[in-house]
Design a protein around this ligand. Structure first.
Ligand code: SF4
Length: 344
């Protein structure tokens, strides 16, 4: 099995308000191995993007704080790094792409200049060398006539091409880890498929790991090795992609999958909707955070937060749900997941 590249342990990220810390993520644990794609899925407001911003330490600029936990990368805790140290890591060893390519690109510079700038900053390239490498990157991400396109401005390119440019900027420095936050959401369906194909191809070539944030279970099914399902700031289920799709365990994951049109090949079936809405951060119910929306809620669910239980046959599929109380508690770091202290 490949080595762990990133290990997030019991990470709590929040926003400091008059009433104290409002948690956007609550003791989440997740690891990514070399060359692996891990998808973080869930509805808007579940804490997916906050998690990715915390790994990049961009959460500091969004007014958030890492209140607890660690983000281990090559044995070093990114949560303890200064912003100066993070600047060397960001864009160099860990790169990020966002949903809207137009807001990631600078409208007053040509796309070639923007890729070349990234190479100058992080790879110490200069002059023609950086420009030629930028043109090569445009070719790598499948942009036709790259010598001509490199001299164009973002507004002269389509949304799909702009997202390819953003990917070219992110990958120009051959990062070990790419964090992609809803990279295809703003694009047409056919372009989405092309961009996902491109990411897969580049991942195979470069051997990088990908943390892919998406609300789209179809994208997760296509891209992931492992899937972590987030709900209201916590990972409620995590496991290999086949297990999550073939034997989903947490009622929230089951609901998400049943909400996909055509899932299980049931054409014409009425679409399932999960009743109610995700609670705003800082207003979690007691007990299981999903209980007001759960069709299986029991008394214990309204009183005690569930532990992470191992579900399935192996030790790599866990779900935070009292329905699996008879199963062993999942261990994180030799400890009882999110819950050991609460259980005592
Ligand atoms: Fe539903 Fe209870 Fe499981 Fe929560 S712990 S998901 S309320 S069954």
């Amino acid at each position: 099995m490949a080595e762990k590249l990133l290990e997030i342990r019991k990470l709590t990220v929040g926003f400091v308000t008059d009433k104290g810390l409002v948690k956007a993520t609550d003791e989440i644990s997740l690891s990514i191995r070399q060359g692996q794609t891990v998808c973080l899925v869930g509805e808007s407001g579940s804490g997916k993007s906050v998690t990715s911003l915390a790994v990049m330490r961009l959460i500091d600029y969004a007014g958030g704080v890492i209140a607890d936990g660690s983000i281990e990368y090559h044995g070093q805790d990114l949560a303890l790094k200064s912003q100066e140290e993070m600047r060397h890591i960001r864009g160099n060893r860990i790169a990020m792409i966002f949903q809207d390519p137009m807001s990631s690109l600078n409208p007053v510079f040509t796309v070639g200049e923007q890729i070349a700038e990234s190479l100058r900053l992080h790879q110490n390239m200069s002059g023609d060398k950086a420009w030629n490498a930028a043109v090569d990157m445009l070719r790598t991400v499948g942009i036709p006539a790259p010598e001509i396109r490199a001299k164009q401005y973002p507004h002269e390119l389509s949304g799909g091409m702009c997202q390819r440019v953003v990917i070219a900027i992110a990958l120009a420095c051959k990062p070990e880890l790419l964090i992609a936050d809803e990279p295809t959401t703003a694009l047409d369906v056919t372009v989405q498929a092309q961009i996902l194909d491109l990411l897969r191809k580049l991942q195979a070539e470069l051997g990088m790991s990908i943390l892919l944030i998406t609300h789209d279970m179809g994208v997760a099914a296509e891209m992931a090795d492992r899937v972590a399902v987030m709900y209201a700031g916590a990972i409620v289920e995590e496991g290999p992609v086949e297990d999550i799709f073939n034997t989903p365990s947490h009622p929230y994951t089951v609901g998400l999958l049943q909400s996909i049109p055509g899932f299980e090949g049931e054409r014409g079936r009425e679409l399932y909707t999960i009743r109610g809405t995700i609670p705003p951060i800082g207003q979690l119910p007691d007990g299981c955070r999903f209980h007001p929306r759960c069709p299986h809620a029991m008394d214990i669910c309204r009183q005690k937060e569930p532990f992470d239980f191992l579900v399935g046959d192996g030790d790599d599929h866990r779900a935070a749900c009292w329905l699996f109380e008879d199963r062993p508690v999942a261990l994180v770091d030799g400890r009882g997941g999110r819950d050991e202290v609460k259980r005592a």
